[in-house]
Design a protein around this ligand. Sequence first.
Ligand code: SF4
Ligand code: MSK
Length: 633
Amino acid sequence: MSETKMVSLDEMDEQLIQKAEAEGVETMWDRKKAMKAPCGFGEKGVCCRICAMGPCRVSPVEGKGAQRGICGATADTIVARNLARMIAAGTSAHSDHARDIAHVMHMASRDGNYTIKDERKLLSLAEEWEVNTEGRDIYDVAHEVAEIALNEFGKPFGTLKFLERAPEPRKKIWRELDIEPRAIDREIATIMHSTHMGCTSDAESLLKIGMRTALADGWGGSMIGTVFSDILFGTPVPRETEANLGVLEEKQVNIILHGHEPSLSEMIVMAAQDPQIIKLAEEVGAEGINLAGMCCTGNEVTMRHGVKIAGNFFQQELAVLTGVIEAVIVDVQCIFPSLTPITDCYHTKFITTSPKAKITGATHIEFNEEKALESAKSIVREAIENFKNRKKEKVFIPQTKNQATLGYSVEAIIKQLDRVVNSNIDPQGTVKPLADVIKAGVLRGAAGIVGCNNPKVKHDYSHIEIMKKLIANDVIVVTTGCAAQAAAKAGLTSKDAAKLAGKGLQAVCELVDIPPVLHMGSCVDISRILTLVGETAKHMGVDNCDLPVVGVAPEWMSEKAVAIANYVIASGIDVFLGVEPPVMGSAAVVDMLTNKLEEMTGAKFFIDTDPHKLSAMMLDRIEEKRAKLEARL
Ligand code: SF4
Ligand code: MSK
């Protein structure tokens, strides 16, 4: 067995890696090998390079080696400061995405490229935010709501509006801990200031500032990203699609949509349906245009249009290796700079579109939201014109794909479970069936499985092992991001997968016609999970932390994931990590994260790199929460 046999759960991915080796093309696996052992100080979070007196590397072992940096900072300070800065970076990425979507809504018009697709959701948000709707044009309302959202980033007074959506006991905890986020940009700036040389050194204070900023992501940036995307592009409803690299078509122009923000990908979808653009594809000898999504852009367009999923984070290079991709079109986040050298080995055009993510060697065609459809068409034309350059001898499409049913927004889940036509969230009525099956123990609990791929874990292995174990034990899984795509590729988001579930979950799936693993969207759509948990807790008259619910990031890698994990904890939901965070150099910080946080927030971190042990810990924790809940209700 070749060494590459070990890196992915999918045999076909292995074949593409071997193709790369045969063609002399470098992939992330070669670079991972060249990296050798990682720096132990960096890995444990005890390297500080915040000021130019350093970098200072302090010992992760108490009483041995340098115990303090030059300024006197301890391992506890350095670890907590580094963690807080990761949260700030993650929050900024999600929230800047949301800001762009809010700007798009501010420019939406009846006769423009961007229109309002879910008026009901807009009107309900307008009511929530006390915007007058009486006798007003829906676009006036949209512009005022968008302006209020844009003020959430920098308003000088008050706290974030969406915090009001949380259960009362949760809001009380946030108030008492003084971690209610004020304005999104302000919280990010506060972290950068507090972690500047010579500011906060107290680890607990840093963790609290971190949670406040993370909450500005979950209940601020991410929630604005989700809600505003739904208003502009439509609230997802269940639809059928297929997932994995086998969705690529040899006789069509293949375009990979990769990145995060739906404002670009929505327009590319529209452009690819334009009769003149389709005609152009035919003129170059193609049978059509095949859009295929990757990472969170893939999730956004599959949820709303059924666009097929080419793969997740670790398949961005593999897709190019198939030799049939005319263009990889990207906007922001999770894009490998290696797409430049790898696309140079094939005919593939690598097209960047955002001034926030220019990549050396890529073709940059800036996406102009003012002329969105025109911009999108010129990008698609580039891909079509590239079809003739495909090199037949380099073509290999792995014959691997699975059917998937996805598009489970909160409204869709509630509607499906409740079997009612009304798609409004009514906490008193419509989450009742969900609360009932959890209370009765038909479902033992629920797990939100999210996050990326990480070469420290065999590609998708931990995602799938954990999902299978949980559904077999009657724990329903909701999933987003690259974890959701792993599930779709493995067939776990198909209704057929109910046969892998325990008796209780199987019965629920059959009764209400859902898969046991529900694809809820992109990473910002973890805010959908917060909403679902919060509404269920409110319905049961308890707090989020009282529910048998867990958050899991089996293969996480990004700073965004660190922000997510911290807002999930601050929201009262335990977080299980399958990759060690860079905090192990401080026993005090580890103790806070895996123990003391529970006293503060009702939730804590569990860390284990073995997915089987991690799943066993989840099931124990779910039963522990159930026992307490049953005694209480
Ligand atoms: Fe070293 Fe302190 Fe400067 Fe960090 S802030 S690099 S620990 S002197
Ligand atoms: S895309 S953040 S690799 S989930 Fe949201 Fe996937 Fe992680 Fe990026």
